[in-house]
Design a binder for this molecule. Sequence first.
Ligand code: CAA
Length: 267
Amino acid sequence: MSENSPSYKNILVSRLSNSKGLMVGMIQLNRPDVLNALNIETMGELLNALEAFDKDKEIGCMLITGNQKAFAAGADIKEMASQSAIDMYIRDQFATWDKIRKIKKPIIAAASGFVLGGGCELTLTCDIIVAAESTKFGQPEIKLGVIPGAGGTQRLTRAIGKAKAMEMILTGRMYTAKEMFDAGMVSRVVDDEVYLEEAQALAKEIASMPVLALQMAKESVLKSFDTTIEGGLEFERKCFYLLFASEDMKEGMNAFIEKRKPNWKGK
Ligand code: CAA
């Protein structure tokens, strides 16, 4: 079901429902003429759409995709080229990305074609990356005289380790989906013809889970990147205990004992 808001110029927004009627919020980056280059307006629209889905009780999971040729070939170089350091500082262009990181529900990236620079960083801001076999990943900013600015040096390093991240960032080379799968960044590589269907199936499966547990699971996994093991374990335990206050916890355990399917309420 398409429901694109007329106010969006650079993205297409729709909903996919699974067999239980629970929904996936899908966002397609839609600037094909410039390989989905992420200009400021596109990032603003993406954030708006994600925040709307995050608040929407019918939505359990989000999916971001591009087209066969490009998920996104990076930040918009033509928009950035004439900016001064002070323009960048005042505009704080990458503040949008911090807000995307605060989205509570899981986000899946369905990657294909070029996934470069900010495009690669956007997939790293998502929670799971499903990639078409011919996808090309890279952080080519070094070739423009800059470095990744939307989290690449940090998230990529945490995802694939120092040596491989250094190689990618210092050479600006492109890498295959299989290489990124082997490196641990991509969770699944699938045939080009079916990557979107596979990503959608995964998103629908996740959307059928109880949303509070989804959110706390996501928050707890992300916590592991910026805390000690002690702090992380403590955080996980508090989330685990907190879920015992939810109706869905009672429903999930009762459904198991009564040998029936659970009926989630999202509270
Ligand atoms: N910004 C703006 N426009 C872009 C773009 C980008 N990142 N990437 C591609 N385009 C535009 C091209 O300028 C071209 O437009 P015109 O037809 O008007 O010339 C159109 O998209 C098609 O691109 P190409 O003709 O270059 O297509 P190709 O198939 O020959 O090459 C490519 C594809 C190798 C991806 C090449 O387009 C390319 O190298 N793009 C730039 C990749 C890049 O450097 N990304 C990093 C950006 S900086 C960044 O992302 C900073 C950050 O950390 C957030």
